[in-house]
Design a protein around this ligand. Structure first.
Ligand code: FAD
Length: 334
């Protein structure tokens, strides 16, 4: 078995790189690629060796053709079958396992999304391997880094499994450019596994704003907003002025100020925008776990001792009911 020193990027070990082959599982909806799922491709390119992408559902040949332009992908395997449209793990897991076995992949990456978290443990179970979740870095072909305890500790995990099954944190592996590449597109095997589960319906919160998980700018409100009425009066104009997505603390969500889908933090979404501007949020560790990788953190809080100021790049001590509307007006004239 080949072993690497931790300091050397794995791709520099050409003999080993030749032995590595990654399958990156992509997500699609209604025949459109979910570009954040390309984080799995980035993880594969960081590992080194060849990277094959995988997509399944109806109309996915066009998704494969479009994704072929992404940098770093050697081949795209697609399986055209409407049975995989909803990403139900009951039939998607056996489908993936067939294609993993056929391709002889050493590593399988998927995003740490609802889809990836649902699918990959079953894939690992079918292959009798140990799944590794939510990785933020790759140290070598068998050693991976992941946060635990809401990001308060960092775990380095070494796996001796022949096939490594991993989910990756999107904010740690930015998606590649969708141009310049020329991957081969190939049809995969379809075991047409029976699925006892039926997809009935979904009720998604609709918004014209940028997607919280991938927005360049996020404005987030906390319990300091006092009520849903005040949240809706203060936060949307600020978001509009910045072209930002809206997020919220768990306290704001639990108090009914904002929808569940907007929660940022340990039990909500992980975001790493260019700008994270929060108002009336204290900065509890569970909240920080979801936003501390943001490039610039700006905070408005009336308490100068609020822990959020320990991580903020820019802080404004004051009453948000004065400061946020004032800031919004100033941004509008820019
Ligand atoms: P508070 O802590 O009450 O803070 C309100 C802040 O607003 C205060 O700092 C106050 O000074 C300020 N304020 C009040 N009025 C004004 C004003 N007029 N102007 C300016 N500032 C004002 N939390 C999350 O956010 N996300 C999670 O995913 C999450 N997961 C959790 C998981 C577990 C297992 C547990 C135990 C907790 C979790 N929490 C999570 C909850 C977390 O511990 C905090 O309770 C929560 O983040 C607090 O939200 P907050 O900052 O909005 O409220």
């Amino acid at each position: 078995q080949l072993r690497l020193s931790q300091a050397t990027p794995i791709s520099q070990h050409s003999a080993l790189a030749r032995l590595l082959s990654t399958l990156a599982v992509l997500e699609q909806k209604d025949g459109k690629l979910n570009t954040s799922s390309l984080a799995a491709v980035t993880a594969g390119t960081k590992l080194g060796g060849s990277v094959t992408a995988f997509v399944a559902g109806s109309g996915v040949k066009s998704v494969a053709d479009q994704t072929a332009k992404a940098q770093g992908i050697e081949k795209i395997i697609y399986v055209e079958n409407g049975a995989y449209d909803r990403g139900l793990p009951e039939n998607f897991a056996p489908l993936l396992v067939e294609n993993i076995k056929k391709g002889g992949f050493t590593h399988v990456f998927a995003g740490h999304s609802a889809f990836g978290k649902n699918l990959m443990p079953r894939v690992a179970a079918l292959l009798d391997t140990q799944q590794i979740s939510d990785i933020t870095a790759i140290e070598s072909e068998d050693t991976f880094v992941r946060p635990i305890y809401a990001g308060n500790a960092i775990l380095t995990v070494q796996s001796s499994d022949a096939i490594k099954i991993l989910t990756v944190r999107g904010t740690a592996f930015p998606p590649p450019e969708l141009e310049g590449g020329s991957a081969a597109v190939e049809e995969g095997v379809d075991p047409k596994a029976e699925c006892q589960t039926e997809w009935v319906s979904e009720d998604l919160a609709k918004s014209d704003r940028p997607d919280l998980g991938s927005a360049e700018r996020v404005v987030s409100g906390g319990r300091g907003l006092k009520s849903k009425e005040e949240f809706d009066r203060i936060m949307p104009p600020l978001a509009d002025a910045l072209g930002a997505a809206i997020g919220a603390s768990r306290a704001a969500v639990d108090s009914g100020f904002a929808d569940n889908s907007l929660q940022v933090g340990q039990t909500g979404k992980n975001v790493a925008p260019q700008l994270y501007l929060c108002a009336g949020i204290s900065g509890a560790i569970q909240h920080l776990a979801g936003m501390k990788d943001s490039k610039v953190i700006a905070a408005i809080n009336k308490d100068p001792e609020a822990p959020i100021f320990q991580v903020a790049d820019v802080g404004l001590v004051g009453d948000l009911f004065d400061k946020v509307p004032e800031l919004t007006e100033k941004l509008k004239v820019l």
